[in-house]
Write a protein that binds this ligand. Structure first.
Ligand code: ATP
Length: 255
């Protein structure tokens, strides 16, 4: 059974068809790339999948259940988490609180115990603190747990956004340009981190990325979008050689 199945998905903004008759199948454990020139519709696909936009047409199933029309928080509860092209952290909260906010979305203690500060609330909070620190350690951010998120360098903010997404315990992680603004060394480290978290957290990953070295180096299969339509799909080697892809990028280096 595929983890995610998107069939005939379309999205129009007035007269503009931003996504057109899209078919995507992602199996459990895969690491898939979604690439395409600027304005091709990649982020719109993420926005539809995560309930930010309503689809115009089509069907989306996640673990064999229809996920159309869900609110973003319901999508998170079903097991999809994402990061954003423009980082969206709680910039005035500490690094650790950014992660804890995500854990709060799935804690089991009741509002009653939180309100009256019952022991179950405190043990829940302690456990959450411990787990958040563990996660920060993986992302090499544990030393910065008490700093305000906005004071972190850009590359660390990107890593924190991934850590926060993982705190919601997703099955599918959607990464929107995770290497944007990173230098080549940071991008290389990120590539290794993405591979590692997939194993460690048994994740399936769909990533949008303009950095071709990252996409080609880390993805097993790639879908290429152009003007809202899939013009190619296949392994990185297939994609590099595909004439339609080369044409869509107008001679830009795809390798
Ligand atoms: N809320 C919106 N209202 C109107 N048009 C939109 C909206 N969101 C996206 N679009 C349009 O849909 C098309 C696809 O945009 P999208 O952001 O999905 O592309 P993209 O492939 O993610 O681009 P980039 O690589 O530059 O981020 C563009 O023409 C864009 O202007």
């Amino acid at each position: 059974m595929p983890l995610l199945k998107v069939e005939n998905l379309s999205k129009s903004f007035g007269g503009l068809k931003a996504v057109s008759n899209l078919d995507i199948v992602i199996n459990q454990g895969e690491l898939i790339g979604l690439i395409g020139p600027n304005g091709a519709g990649k982020t719109t696909v993420f926005n539809i999948l995560t309930g930010v936009y309503e689809k115009t047409e089509g069907k989306m199933t996640f673990l064999d259940k229809d996920v159309s029309g869900l609110k973003p928080y319901q999508v998170t509860q079903r097991g999809m988490a994402r990061t954003f092209q423009n980082i969206r952290l709680f910039s005035d909260l500490s690094v650790i609180d950014n992660v804890k906010v995500a854990y709060h979305q799935r804690t089991s203690y009741s509002t009653f115990s939180a309100l009256f500060r019952l022991p179950s609330y405190f043990s829940g909070e302690d456990e959450m603190h411990r787990k958040a620190m563990e996660l920060l350690k993986i992302f090499n951010l544990d030393d910065k747990a008490e700093e305000m998120a906005k004071n972190l360098p850009y590359g660390e903010q990107r890593r924190l956004e991934i850590a926060r997404a993982l705190a919601t315990d997703p099955k599918l992680l959607l990464l929107d340009e995770p290497a944007a603004g990173m230098n080549p060394q940071e991008t290389h480290d990120l590539m290794n981190l993405i591979r590692w978290i997939r194993e460690k957290f048994k994740l399936t990953i769909l990533l949008i990325e303009h950095d071709m070295s990252l996409v080609m180096g880390v993805c097993e299969r790639i879908y290429v979008l152009d003007y809202g339509m899939i013009i190619a799909q296949g392994t990185p080697d297939d994609i590099k050689r595909n004439p339609k892809v080369i044409e869509a990028y107008l001679g830009e280096e795809v390798v």
